[in-house]
Design a protein around this ligand. Structure first.
Ligand code: ADP
Length: 166
């Protein structure tokens, strides 16, 4: 199985890392693809998001790369056999089954594999992390609450980003 795990990873969270670690055990090869979507106005540039993933995934054998355009087309170019997705709750399931069906329409050979989020991480989203970090840094609070959500290098990067932004 050549698996592809794609997302914004803005920034990578412990929830993503959990899915990547488990996916790497299942797949012969796992490609982690960071969406290069400048019109979404990400907090971290695609290069920063890749560097944070690289650091956080140190020791786990995966390819980390950027992609843009249609995911199913990218998957086909890379000879991917399975798209890996994490499911946190029913909302994720509702949207993810639609994406899975669209990807199958585009290329009938691409399967989607869903991994259930680990319970302790099922509330974690990049958006929540960005919002929490901004509030914590602006209020000058101790950022140890972020330790349960993101790896240490991301915690440092968030602090630096919001201090720089003011
Ligand atoms: P987010 O939705 O947090 O912005 P992405 O767009 O980067 O994250 O999502 C990429 C994939 O990771 C999706 O399949 C999403 O459901 C999954 N995912 C995101 N957060 C978690 C989590 N905490 N646990 C498991 N899977 C997750």
């Amino acid at each position: 199985m050549i698996a592809l795990y794609a997302g914004s990873f803005d920034p990578v969270t412990l929830g993503h890392i959990d899915i990547i670690t488990r996916g790497a055990h299942l797949a012969t090869r796992l490609i982690v693809a960071v969406a290069d979507n400048p019109h979404k106005m990400p907090l971290f540039s695609v290069q920063e998001r890749i560097a944070l993933l690289r650091d956080a995934l140190h020791g786990i054998e995966v390819e980390i790369t950027a992609f843009s355009g249609l995911l199913a087309e990218y998957a086909r170019q890379r000879n991917v056999t399975a798209i890996l997705r994490g499911l946190r709750d029913g909302d994720d399931f509702a949207s993810e089954r639609r994406y899975a069906w669209h990807n199958q329409l585009f290329d009938g050979n691409i399967e989607t594999i869903f991994l259930p989020a680990s319970p302790a991480l099922s509330m974690v989203s990049s958006r929540m992390v960005r919002e929490a970090a901004q509030l914590i840094v602006r209020a000058g609070l101790n950022d140890s609450a972020l330790d349960a959500l993101v790896p240490p290098n991301v915690c440092t990067a968030l602090r630096e980003k919001f201090i720089a932004k003011g």
